[in-house]
Design a binder for this molecule. Structure first.
Ligand code: E4P
Length: 217
């Protein structure tokens, strides 16, 4: 499973890119606002440079097809790495179909059901993003949804890649992998926690101490 970073914060993107584990970045208007990214297009361009060759998602905010198409074309013009995030609505999927014909990649977002994911694939989306954490917040089964979508997508060999999104915990990342998701997009804090295990820290300390003993320090 590939790891994307779910952030529009340049410091976080730079740090996570330096760890060598990133295959992409996803942003959304809330993350852009949180990062204080007023000139979002230049932030987007910088993210593309920080993670060369990776898929970088940026979201439209319009609700009708024509306006979404205009926004999408502007975002895609920033860099060929840009993937345009479009919500799973009838207008949104019409835009997805058209953008596919123009060679602009899309990530269908705000997916909360298998039916929505099937529609996104039918419209030719490159990626589809089921939101795990937001479903769990409502007492529903976010990872169960990812598993169900994977079952359908594998049965029909859809080319659309599934991004487990709205991730809140390291265990959800593992759950997404076990469910067969192609990608998990992970907030910076959760990505940091994925590295952690007390035995790793203890082991490093013990090896260092033993080595120093051998050197007679
Ligand atoms: C996905 O691409 C979204 O940016 C993100 O995962 C939403 O997560 P949230 O539910 O924590 O806002």
């Amino acid at each position: 499973m590939k790891i994307f970073l779910d952030s529009a914060d340049l410091k976080e993107v730079r740090t996570a890119a330096g760890w060598g584990v990133l295959s992409g970045v996803t942003t959304n208007p809330t993350l852009a606002a949180k990062a204080g990214a007023r000139d979002f297009k230049s932030v987007l361009a910088e993210i593309c440079q920080l993670v060369p060759g990776a898929a970088i998602s940026a979201e439209v905010v319009s609700s009708d097809t024509d306006s979404m198409l205009n926004e999408a074309r502007e975002l895609a013009a920033v860099d060929p790495q840009v993937v345009v995030k479009i919500p799973v609505t009838p207008d949104g999927l019409a835009a997805v179909r058209q953008l596919g014909q123009e060679g602009i990649r899309t990530n269908v977002t705000l997916v909360f059901s298998t039916a929505q994911a099937i529609l996104a694939a039918a419209a030719g989306a490159d990626f589809v993003s089921p939101f795990v954490g937001r479903l769990d917040d409502r007492g529903e089964d976010g990872l169960g949804l990812v598993g169900e979508i994977m079952k359908v997508f594998n049965t029909y060999r859809y080319a659309t890649e599934v991004i487990a999104a709205s991730i809140r915990t390291p265990r959800q990342v593992v759950g997404a992998a076990l469910a067969g998701a192609h990608i998990a997009t992970v907030p910076f804090k959760v990505l940091q926690r994925l590295f952690e295990h007390p035995l790793t820290a203890q082991g490093i300390e013990r090896f260092r101490a033993d080595w120093e003993l051998l050197q007679g320090r």
